[in-house]
Design a protein around this ligand. Sequence first.
Ligand code: ATR
Length: 290
Amino acid sequence: MSQSTHANTAVLPKAFVIGWPIAHSKSPTIHTHWLKQNGLSGSYEKIAVEPCNLERFVGSLKDNGFVGGNVTIPHKEAILSFVDVVHTNAKRLRAANTVWFEGGKLHADTTDGYGFLSNLDQHQPNWDQSSDGKALVLGAGGASRPIINGLIERGFKTITLVNRTKERAESLVETLRDLGIGSSMVVGDWQDRSELLAECSLLVNTSSLGMVGQPPLDLSLDALPSSALVTDIVYTPLETNLLRDAKARGNVTVDGLGMLLHQAVPGFEHWFGVRPAVTDELRQLVLSTT
Ligand code: ATR
């Protein structure tokens, strides 16, 4: 949908982020910055929507002049029941974070995997080609699914998943195998996580460990090859202990803030008709509000 389409109808495009709670969301800072930076008219607002009101909220989007928006916890799965078109990755991961109107229909997709991959592409170009295709993923919660899906898309040959609750990792791998995309997956034991590093060219923390207010990630990096790339989805603090320790021993690291910024790009383009740039200025702006 282009900005001129909106201008012709003299209706300013409105987008939203919904969640319950929603106060913590950084998305308004990102999208409002892009609207301003691109000289576009429009708005992006935070709306607290209780789970019991989700269907009604989605049903009233058109009448309220919304072109689409972001969907966060706890609505990422429930939203799929209320849209017209569910795109492949959202279907596969049973979760969506972005909805938009296209051809009169409400579409839903997940852009978290795109955000994860684009962050690495931006900060470490060709990271997926220079690696030998062996990743170790820590954590099997909601955040891990799009990341693993992204690594599978990029052709990783072995993805070892370790999670404190092993059954959760096994069940995730089983789901991916059922979808015909889990053949590269191996489940390891949480207590073996430090030794499993010996085999990996990419280490990703998708668990909440190391986040402000959470326990630290207890991991010895001694076995990690010095050529391995290390990334963390935690961005508060921006330099987690994992990233600090990895950098200190010479590994290349990429912090998690870029994933948040890049996942916002496809939504903005759908709603406002311009593909926005993830710049250092935006990073600084979001950091200043963290
Ligand atoms: P999200 O949807 O944001 O990923 P989540 O589903 O609660 O959040 O998952 C959080 C992840 O951090 C999980 O992998 C969780 O492990 P469990 O599945 O065993 O709960 C992991 N995690 C959280 N606290 C942890 C801890 N103290 N030790 C080890 N792993 C932990």
